[in-house]
Design a protein around this ligand. Structure first.
Ligand code: SF4
Ligand code: SF4
Length: 490
């Protein structure tokens, strides 16, 4: 069995494919990819782009399906409104999401980057295609870059960068649509930029950033800027499924020479097509590298070569290092199965939290700084504040029912409670009970919150009564009451 150590240029881990020895950037001109995986990616990308561009227009019950308004701290995900009060839920979801990403990467490598990341999708399926259309394939692009400025170069550069700018403007509009909502964005179009200078400035800034990213930064985003890309080295192990070169089968590599008796060679004919198509400019034959975004362009390129030289496809394929070393195929093993179960559980928890999430949050507090009030006919009362966060898109009439102790609820303003949609509603009420119902200094209170005949929440609080009128069962209870009383005062 051959070694699993790096195979080719021993300096490849000390150098970057897109930086020369003086530290100057080398612009990458990848060869136009074609093949089975590229077709799959193209279809999948069109599907995702259709979702992405139509997203701001999709509504549910008159509200956007997805709104990420970070400025007003308002988030709508699949029609559900998330408030700052949902921070705990959000934190748990984020933790689950991060764990999900880590496990997914351990299992499947950087598949997200090559197949679903908006950066790759826009770059490879929009901007790169425009570039191939205007400038031609990689050799023509190189030639155009090197040639002096003339009519052809000015025309092509002008056309390409104008198209890039228009595409960036479209993406920026979509991006802004997710932040402020499509209705606000329409106002910008209808009223004109002068009436919404802030939004218009944001639109221009986003457009410029996207243009700079897709026209100039390109693979630098995946290699240097994206934190997920930088962390993936920590997440991968020898069982992770990645785009990999089968060095056991491919080495020793060498060009095919006719009419020549040679020592037996591996299947790699050193044509370097896998390198030419790589959008990050690496040689996958050197092993798994941070720069690889698992775009599979090298698989397509190598498969085409293998067909031509009458060898089996898959010299470059999805495989783990252990698969290649041991000559096994990708399959389910204990580790993958266990991680898969954890992923499914996480997804289940995520769904459960979403489905069982409360649409109305209620907070009940005995008004601080007040003890109790003596009322007529030997009754006593406590004053309470109650707050409702209505996360729904409809007005909610609220009814309070006192479950424990016996008594009545008197709203301070005497009106019924109505909480308007997507707002925080507040109210105050007196809880009035007979003095002889007060068994302790601090009597437990249970209040049910109802709306439209549905029980929304059961709230607990305490009722403070006069310490000397309370019936004491024992000295012990008296002491406990005192402690409760002191706590309440604090
Ligand atoms: S090595 Fe292959 S899969 Fe990785 S980025 Fe380059 S072409 Fe894509
Ligand atoms: S495309 Fe295949 S045969 Fe050609 S250099 Fe790459 S691995 Fe070797």
């Amino acid at each position: 069995m051959k070694s699993a150590e790096p195979l080719a240029d021993e300096h490849f881990r000390d150098e970057l494919s897109n930086v020369d020895r003086d530290g100057k950037r080398l612009f990458i001109f990848p060869k136009k990819p074609k093949g089975k995986y590229y077709d799959y990616r193209t279809w999948f990308s069109w599907f995702l782009m259709a979702l992405m561009f139509s997203g701001p227009f999709l509504k549910f019950e008159g509200k956007p399906l997805l709104l990420l308004n970070v400025l007003e701290r308002k988030f709508i995900i699949f029609g559900m409104v998330f408030w700052p009060q949902d921070l705990n839920l959000f934190a748990v979801l984020m933790l689950s999401f991060v764990l999900f990403i880590v496990l997914f990467t351990v299992l499947f490598g950087r598949v997200w980057c090559g197949w679903a990341c908006p950066q790759t999708i826009f770059m490879e399926m929009l901007f790169r295609k425009v570039e191939y259309l205007i400038d031609g394939d990689y050799q023509k692009q190189k030639k155009l870059k090197e040639q002096n400025w003339n009519g052809e170069k000015i025309f092509k550069r002008g056309l390409k960068h104008t198209t890039f700018w228009i595409l960036s403007f479209l993406i920026a509009n979509t991006f802004l649509g997710y932040i402020i909502g499509i209705d606000e964005l329409k106002l910008l179009v209808v009223d004109g930029p002068m009436a919404h200078m802030g939004k218009f400035a944001s639109l221009l800034i986003f457009t410029t950033v996207f243009y700079f990213v897709f026209a100039h930064l390109r693979e630098l985003v995946c290699i240097f800027i994206c934190p997920y890309g930088r962390l993936q080295g920590l997440m991968l192990d020898k069982n992770s499924m990645v785009v990999a070169y089968d060095f056991v089968r491919g080495e020793p590599r060498g060009k095919i020479k006719k009419h020549e008796e040679e020592a037996p060679k591996g299947d790699c004919i050193d044509c370097k097509l896998c390198v030419h198509v790589c959008p990050t400019g690496i040689d996958i034959r050197n092993g798994t590298q941070l720069e690889c975004i698992n775009c599979t362009a090298c698989i397509d390129a190598c498969d085409e070569v293998m067909v031509k030289i009458d060898k089996p496809k898959g010299l470059v394929r999805f495989a783990s290092l252990n698969n290649i070393n041991e000559g096994t195929k990708l399959g389910l093993n204990l580790r993958n199965g266990a991680y898969g179960i954890v992923l499914a559980l996480l997804f289940g928890v995520f769904l459960y939290m979403l489905i069982t999430r409360k649409q109305i949050e209620t907070t009940l507090l005995r008004t601080p700084g007040m003890l109790y009030q003596k009322q007529e006919e030997g009754k006593i009362s406590n004053l309470y504040s109650i707050e409702f966060v209505n996360k729904t898109f409809k007005e909610l009439p609220i009814e309070l029912k006192l479950i424990e102790p016996k008594g009545e609820i008197r709203l301070v303003d005497g009106q019924s409670i109505m909480v308007h949609k997507e707002t925080v509603g507040k109210s105050s009420f007196f809880l009035v009970i007979n003095a002889n119902e007060v068994k302790r200094v601090s009597t437990p209170v249970v209040v049910e919150v109802w709306s439209d005949g549905k029980l929304i929440e059961t709230m607990n609080s305490k009722f403070n009564g006069p310490i000397f009128s309370a019936h004491k069962d024992s000295e012990e209870e008296h002491e406990k009451d005192k402690v409760d009383h002191d706590k309440d005062k604090k």
